[in-house]
Design a protein around this ligand. Sequence first.
Ligand code: ADP
Length: 330
Amino acid sequence: MSEKPEKFIDENGLRLDGRKPNQVRDIKIEVGVLERADGSCYLEFGKNKVMAAVYGPREVHPRHQQKSTRAIVRYKYNMAAFSVEDRKRPGPDRRSTEVSKVSREALEDQVFTEYFPKSAIDIFVEVLQADAGTRTAALNAASVALADAGIPMRGLVSACAFGKVDDTLVVDLSKDEDNYGQADVPIAMTQDGKITLLQMDGHLTPEELKAGLEMAQEGCRQVYEVQRQALMDHYAKMQGESTEEKDAETKAQSKEEVVAPEETEASDDVDTEAEDVEDKVAGESEDEEPELEDVEEEAEVEEENPAEDSEETADEMDEEPDTEEDELNE
Ligand code: ADP
């Protein structure tokens, strides 16, 4: 574990990592990264790296947890053993149980659970690299993963912490600020400004709490913009891909339509290249087409593996020039 720094704010008013007191760390979000989850998100918040996966709405197991009028939301926060400096003991502990509970409560209200009675929406978040603020990073990722899963929500939830170091309020604490600072207050906020998570560790005056909350809310708004943009980019890309696929299909279809009449017209052209000859043969005689294709494929295999000796293939290859010549002569 690193030692307590002498001071957290330098003479220029900047923090240990060069940030201004009201500056959040860089955020990077990738949407839809896991194939087997209904929704997923990989998120980096400074040096924090988290992966969120959402499954559901799906059947509830164990069944006694089922609610007849709404879906239940389950949230599992887990810190990988390799995510911290000294190896963390794997598996659930009191801290992860607490983080899971408060995070579920921060998100649950935003989900239209009444749309899916008797079902479950499961959120899993794995912290791959921790550097203070993992619960806020995890919440940000979970919120995007829920949206990616197509779960109807009132809005996104964005989270960010504020705290106090050297008697100065700072937003989005770094590891040393979190470990040795005077206060740490993680908050989560809906996109219309409602606070859904508020925890406090340390001491603050009421005025500091008020001012700090405003700073953290501004941080949440910045996080929200990145979340929104990541979702928009993801769906624009998906739409682009499906449009490209459609274009390719249309092109292929129109090409087939254009090629078909030419094939019949060009059938008398003896000087065409081998490929054209095959096309013509295919156009004129449907019966011979599969045979020729087979022969072609076999010939290619033979070329690639000259050592392999196949009587059948050799026979078929012998037939190829005959067939082509016959067609040409015709
Ligand atoms: P958060 O990550 O939400 O800020 P905490 O304030 O509890 O939650 O933890 C602060 C930081 O302390 C974590 O981000 C992580 O870097 C570190 N930490 C937490 N738990 C452990 C642990 N069991 N072993 C080592 N480091 C830990």
